[in-house]
Design a protein around this ligand. Structure first.
Ligand SMILES: Nc1nc2c(c(=O)[nH]1)N[C@H]1C(S)=C(S)[C@@H](COP(=O)(O)O)O[C@H]1N2
Ligand SMILES: [Mo]
Length: 440
């Protein structure tokens, strides 16, 4: 150990404020640590952005009337929207499972990255030039945006009622603000990051870095003696991240792995056992569905909407009881439910009537159009959902009456619910009362 370092380790430090570089003593900080964490975040955040934007597209936000759209003022931000496919059936399980699992697992990396650059938050003067002021402003958006996206995302999967109805717009617009700042940051910092990754200026890898050639302001000018190597610190952060990954991923992988999902939200109602024994999102009681609404008097109304529909149209509107529906050709489809919250079920064996067969009942046999599905549920989100024509036409898209060979339980949508391949759970409307094909 050099005399200089021995000295800095033993003499009492004079009082300094966080605005002084000498206040920050960790020998771990330096361009290399920041760069390593930065490239992990670059890959991770890019994947979060892509899967997040896919999730928005999967909601069919651009269908007529915007019934599914939680961000109607998106304007140009919806430029990329496309028709969400119905294949493969596990598509949304994977994209949204990735989005949520990755978001949770990146938390330690994000915190470590912020820790690694915290001296810069306090650096004085606040702005040396207009350019410097703009750069700091963009960092404010970057850090604020990152914290905002992670906090809203995690609160939504853990306690969704914190933002009644406003989670989607907050998380969506926040994502664009954050991404704008993120792209600017990556472009500005990429050369420095590459340089830091290539260079090995520090002796013995884990040791303190030389301040002399540090133009980043990250290296402590008077470092404390190291208590852990940089490798050790990275292993700690990476280990924390892997631990979160391992205790979250099971809710999306399903099967045996479900029991490893210790961190998945468990506050939901107990689904019980048997064919209906899989995760329940909202119970019938909690949505105000009373037993008398779903008894023998329940009828499903199917109609053709829009100007083309004759008023009170004979033959263009039918009302069916559950017994009527059970007399129609029954089909089976093995499909999962995949929620925006990241959890998904294994494939369930649903059976019921094909959506396209229901369209044919109101004279829309050949190429059935989009459909608006309405629930018996009178209030709250998700009582309405619009499905696109490709979803209506898929032979696996059902108005399900049974699951796993048993009648649907009240909590899973008895007397009838929608199930569509590859779609987010929110489009699988429970307690269906009315379906309007065409325009509405
Ligand atoms: N009427 C109605 N249908 C609904 C919902 C709802 O709140 N009301 N929740 C949706 C959501 S967000 C999901 S993930 C699935 C969950 O279905 P499950 O409870 O049968 O697992 O139902 C969907 N169908
Ligand atoms: Mo959901």
């Amino acid at each position: 150990m050099s005399a200089d370092r021995l000295n800095s380790a033993t003499s009492p430090a004079p009082p300094v404020s966080p605005t002084s570089p000498a206040f920050w003593r960790s020998p771990l900080r330096g361009p290399r640590l920041t760069a390593l964490l930065g490239v992990v975040l670059l890959a991770g955040v890019t994947l979060l952005f892509v899967t997040g934007m896919l999730s928005y597209a999967a909601y069919n936000p651009n269908l007529a009337g915007g019934v599914n759209d939680q961000t109607p003022d998106k304007g140009l931000l919806g430029f990329y929207l496309f028709d969400w496919p119905t294949d493969p059936a596990w598509l949304y399980r994977v994209t949204q499972g990735l989005h949520v699992t990755l978001g949770v697992a990146l938390v330690p990396i994000l915190l470590a990255k912020l820790w690694s650059v915290i001296p810069k938050l306090f650096a004085l003067p606040p702005a040396r030039s207009v350019g410097h002021a703009l750069e700091r402003l963009s960092l404010l958006l970057l850090v604020g945006g990152a914290l905002f996206e992670f906090v809203t995302g995690i609160l939504n999967i853990q306690l969704e009622y914190l933002f009644p109805g406003s989670f989607y717009p907050l998380h969506f617009y926040g994502a664009w603000v954050f991404t704008g700042a993120f792209v600017a940051h990556v472009v500005l910092r990429f050369p420095r990051t590459l340089r830091a990754l290539r260079e090995r200026t520090d002796p013995g890898r884990g040791g303190p870095q030389r301040t002399a050639d540090d133009d980043t302001g990250l290296v402590a000018p008077r470092p404390d003696p190291p208590t852990v190597s940089r490798r050790g610190a990275l292993a700690l952060v990476g280990g924390g991240s892997l631990l979160l990954l391992a205790t979250t991923a099971g809710q999306s992988i399903g099967g045996w792995w479900r029991r490893t999902a210790l961190l998945a939200p468990h506050g939901g109602p107990d689904p019980g056992s048997g064919p209906n024994g899989f995760q329940i999102n909202k119970t019938a009681a909690s949505r105000g569905i009373r037993p008398q609404d779903t008894g023998d008097d329940w009828r499903l109304t199917i109609e053709v909407g829009g100007p083309g529909a004759p008023p009170g149209g004979s033959g263009r509107r039918v009302r069916l009881s559950r017994t009527d529906l059970l007399k129609l050709p029954q089909h089976e489809a093995a499909l999962p439910i995949a929620c925006v919250e990241g959890w998904s079920t294994d494939d369930q064996r649903w059976s019921g009537v094909r959506l396209r067969d229901l369209a044919a009942l109101v004279g829309l046999g050949e190429q059935p159009p989009d459909v608006l599905v309405e629930s018996l549920q009178l209030h709250g989100a998700f009582r309405l959902a619009a499905l696109r024509d490709n979803q209506v036409r898929d032979p696996r898209s059902l108005l399900a009456l049974r699951v796993g060979g048993e009648d649907l339980s009240p909590d899973h949508g008895y007397p009838a619910r929608i199930i569509v391949p590859a779609a987010p759970g929110v489009l699988n409307t429970k307690w269906v009362a009315r379906m309007t094909f065409g325009e509405w």
